[in-house]
Write a protein that binds this ligand. Structure first.
Ligand code: BG6
Length: 254
């Protein structure tokens, strides 16, 4: 069991909203050890998603520990959302199974009584294989659904950690980092000014599609995430950020 402080973060939330130029920031208190902090971010995000849910929604999600906590903390819904679909935003086989987008999509769909589609493709594809794989009917079906997503919930990674976690060669990692990569989300790596400096060859949401998604929610907090968040979050794509107090303070100081 853990307890969270009751604190009024309205002021701090407003400052982060202004700094990042997005509509809404939700902050959880920081008096928690790392895994409980991520769990708390997951809980707030799950409840946010629960309130947002309407039948017929198509929810795209990504992988990662934070997103796995969103799935874990998602309450079972009495009302069953049979016409609601949860779908991975990008191929991501290769990560630990518990934190793969496919696993998370299935788990959220079960909690809300909805359907899920899978995207059974690795993240780091050989460029020449991409169009071949995209032509597979089962993949096409998922990509069609993904193109109609109206909600996206995604994690934000630290570029150095994510490139290592995705099993890239040291020379590739050095190359990405030398280009100034600080943060990563759904395969796109950005520098501190928010410019994309690299993207992993895979299949899934394009940036144009992300731009057209009605509600995009980013979930990220804990050590080493402030710079990554600052580099990734842009009013062009995101609407909501759920993070923690310390990370929020670091974001406004950047
Ligand atoms: C990945 C997502 O699986 O997890 C990324 O595809 C995200 O978009 C990353 O950056 C974040 O991971 P975590 O484990 O720090 O929540």
């Amino acid at each position: 069991l853990y307890f969270t402080e009751i604190k009024d973060f309205a002021n701090l939330e407003k400052k982060v909203e202004e700094k990042l130029g997005i509509n809404e920031v939700l902050i959880v208190p920081c008096n928690l050890e790392h895994s409980n902090l991520i769990r708390e971010i997951g809980r707030v995000a799950a409840n946010y998603l629960r309130r947002l849910l309407r039948t017929g929604d198509i929810i795209a999600i990504t992988g990662g520990y934070t997103m796995s906590q969103v799935a874990e903390m998602m309450p079972f819904c009495d009302e069953r959302y049979e016409n609601t679909i949860v779908v991975p935003g990008r191929g991501g086989l290769g990560e630990e199974v518990d934190i793969q987008a496919n696993t998370i999509a299935a788990s959220i769909a079960k909690k809300i009584g909805g359907k899920y589609y899978l995207l059974q493709v690795p993240d780091n594809l050989k460029v020449e294989n991409i169009s071949l794989i995209k032509d597979e009917p089962s993949i096409q079906k998922t990509l069609n659904i993904l193109g109609k997503a109206n909600i996206l919930v995604h994690g934000v990674g630290n570029a150095a950690e994510m490139s290592a976690r995705r099993g890239m060669d040291q020379s590739e990692i050095d190359d990405i980092l030398s280009k100034g990569a600080i943060g990563e989300a759904f395969g796109y790596y950005c520098n501190l000014d928010g410019e994309i400096v690299y993207s992993t060859p895979s299949i899934g949401l394009s940036l144009e599609e992300v731009e057209n998604i009605g509600t995009v929610i980013a979930v990220a907090g804990g050590e080493k995430k402030a710079e990554a968040i600052k580099s990734i979050i842009s009013p062009k794509y995101q609407d909501v950020l759920i993070t923690d107090e310390e990370t929020a303070r670091r974001i406004i100081s950047l």
